[in-house]
Write a protein that binds this ligand. Structure first.
Ligand SMILES: C[S@@+](CC[C@H](N)C(=O)[O-])C[C@H]1O[C@@H](n2cnc3c(N)ncnc32)[C@H](O)[C@@H]1O
Length: 275
């Protein structure tokens, strides 16, 4: 790695060896801008370590997307770390005995809800690349005395899970953070059993976002800069081999100051692997 990025814009992870900083703060510095992966890890590491404080705020994702019944069975820290853009597990209809895998599990919110649905004969696996999130999720599991959930360190582009072993993949506001979305969908296809399905909530866009937004570190780590155009996102899913791709929810996000924010959509989509 020879170059820092003086513009404060992001460059592809592929173009730089990743750097490492042990420091965790809410602010993204140039040292974190050498790769998208590092900037994302830094951001969510900071979020994990402030989950208890965030639990007190009234604009958490858990307040927006989850029912009171779902929220009531979580720890405050799980709710405080919630950073999704939908409620995929709420509409995924997980069944007793199923194996569910959550990509980018964060503080574990969707895993803990799924754990109650699959029951003691089922299993839930959360995958996340941010060590602080894993620590938080494991602490939450202990507090909740959950014994059918495991959290594993890993990347959604190379999922640490064997082929044909999962009934249901869920994910909540994570694939927008990846530079390799096609690869993520191929990996989901690989690990699903024949007849298995995914239900994913994510941020997509109606049309391409302006170039400076796509390169902005702050927008990328907020699941905005890397958001794919919705038609291309659906095409990637079909290209990975999935059948019966269905948009279950599509909600335009409330607009902000800039006109391009009206292009952003919270999408929940389901698809199946052939039996
Ligand atoms: C926006 S948060 C969502 C967390 C959780 N799904 C929720 O709804 O609260 C994104 C999470 O995905 C993780 N993540 C981002 N990119 C990842 C990748 N390429 N591989 C594994 N985890 C990733 C981050 O560490 C973070 O915990």
């Amino acid at each position: 790695m020879t170059d820092l990025n003086p513009l404060g814009t992001l460059v592809s992870t592929d173009e730089f060896a990743s750097c490492c900083s042990g420091e965790v703060s809410g602010e993204i510095t140039h040292a974190h801008l050498n790769s998208i992966t590092e900037a994302v890890r830094h951001r969510y590491g900071a979020l994990a370590t402030t989950a208890a404080e965030r639990a007190l705020s009234s604009d958490k994702a858990s307040d927006t997307f989850y029912t009171e019944g779902q929220r009531n069975v979580l720890t405050d820290e799980t709710a405080g770390a919630s950073a999704g853009c939908g409620n995929p597990v709420g509409i995924a209809d997980a069944k007793p005995g199923e194996t569910v895998l959550d990509l980018g599990s964060g503080g574990g919110i969707d895993c803990f809800i799924a754990a109650r649905e699959v029951g003691h004969t089922g299993h839930v696996i959360g995958i996340d690349m941010t060590p602080e999130m894993l620590t938080l999720a494991r602490d939450n599991a202990e507090k909740l005395r959950t014994n059918n959930v495991v959290f594993k360190l890993g990347h959604i582009e190379s999922i640490p899970q064997s082929d044909n072993s999962v009934d249901l993949v869920i994910s909540n506001c994570v694939i927008a953070l990846s530079e390799k979305k096609s690869r993520v969908f191929s990996e989901i296809f690989r690990i699903l059993k024949p007849g298995g399905r995914f239900v994913i909530s994510d941020v997509v866009t109606e049309k391409p976002l302006p170039g400076d937004v796509r390169k902005s570190a702050a927008e990328w780590v907020d699941c905005v800069g890397g958001a794919a155009v919705m038609s291309e996102y659906i095409e990637m899913i079909a290209d990975a081999g999935f059948l019966d791709v269905e948009v279950l929810e599509k909600q335009t996000r409330s607009s902000g100051a800039e006109a391009w924010r009206d292009l952003l959509i919270n999408l929940t989509v389901r698809a199946f692997k052939k039996v």
